[in-house]
Design a protein around this ligand. Structure first.
Ligand code: MTE
Length: 318
């Protein structure tokens, strides 16, 4: 297995990755202490990443949006590897192993390899991206993600001109992910995909944190995709593999429910789900008396992304 060094990634501004390094050191120290018969609670390793609290806001962050309370974002999650309800993943995902994480980048690229997340992050400038997030189930929230543009990572491995699609694969860890072991509703691991130009769009990010803190496991730690103009199921969690492809990948939800939304799954108030309208959405944190929000085309990001879907582009890719 090739583990590439930082030298092979394009140098840009350096992000403070002390939190990840500290976490690794603490895990090592905890293991050493356990061998020595002491007990160090894993919670100590959770982090103390105050240096993420005041990151610059991306130009693409909508500063006028009010983020949904952190407690709701962290405790109302969709993570089918752990649970089919919104609450249980918070506890169950505590067992997920996220240390020494690496991502394999392969396919139509000049520099394929396995890259440690720490090395990837050392080449990225983290920023805060305050985005609307719209689930296909017709609820929405506003999330202050911490991350970096996916384009910056892809450029560093030099996509070939033959790369037209990007496939993302989540971790397969059935000993910590109970539904991978017991439920075949979806094929595991979870897979998602984008067109290369969607992947390179500056709104598309890889997130490693939220609310100034490291990403909670149940929200997709340690690395997840965020595509704010698409339904949330496209924003795949716990990514371990990124493949650049000539042909569109088969994705988990498409193969499970081909009659629902296709490969694109762009938020669109006029295209109803087979069982409910997408015309409006329930905002997490709203009360019974708060009116539902009118769903916006491309989740409100049409000005930035509508041109991706011109007739010509649609014909060119499919
Ligand atoms: N990624 C993986 N690996 N497994 C999942 O079950 N659920 C998707 C998406 N990414 C999912 C996933 C769905 S349906 C949604 S709506 C969002 O994650 C939810 O993100 P959140 O739980 O952080 O709100």
């Amino acid at each position: 297995m090739i583990i590439k060094t930082t030298k092979e990634l394009v140098a840009s501004e350096i992000t403070d990755i002390s939190v990840f390094k500290r976490r690794r050191q603490i895990i090592k120290a905890a293991l050493a202490a356990m061998v020595a018969g002491e007990f160090i609670a894993p919670a100590i390793a959770a982090n103390n990443n105050s240096n993420w609290a005041n990151l610059p806001k991306s130009n693409y962050a909508d500063k006028s949006l009010t983020p949904t309370p952190a407690g709701l974002i962290k405790n109302y999650t969709n993570y089918y590897e752990f649970a089919f309800n919104k609450q249980d993943s918070t506890d169950l995902a505590k067992n997920l192993r996220t240390d020494a994480w690496s991502v394999e980048i392969t396919g139509e690229v000049e520099k394929p390899g396995h890259y440690y997340l720490e090395d990837i992050l050392s080449q990225q400038s983290l920023q805060e991206y305050i985005y609307r997030f719209r689930c296909v189930e017709a609820w929405s929230m506003v999330v202050p993600w911490i991350g970096f543009p996916l384009a910056d990572l892809l450029k560093s491995v030099q996509p070939l001109s033959t790369a037209r699609f990007v496939k993302f694969t989540s971790v397969y860890q059935p000993d910590t992910m109970p539904k991978q072991a017991s439920n075949q509703m979806l094929e595991w691991p979870y897979v998602e995909g984008l067109r290369i130009d969607e992947a390179m769009h500056p709104l598309t990010i890889l997130a490693v944190g939220l609310y100034g803190d490291i990403l909670p496991n149940q929200n997709g730690a340690p690395l997840r995709l965020i595509v704010p103009w698409k339904y949330g199921f496209k924003s795949i969690k716990a990514i371990v593999k990124i493949e650049l492809l000539k042909r569109p990948p088969i994705t988990s939800w498409n193969s499970f429910a081909p009659n629902e939304y296709g490969f694109y799954a762009n938020v669109n108030p006029d295209v109803a789900h087979p069982r409910w309208s997408q015309n409006s959405e329930r905002q997490l944190g709203s009360t019974f008396f708060t009116p539902r929000r009118q769903t916006e085309l491309f989740n409100g990001y049409g000005e930035q992304v509508a041109s991706l879907y011109s007739e010509m582009n649609l014909r060119h890719f499919f």
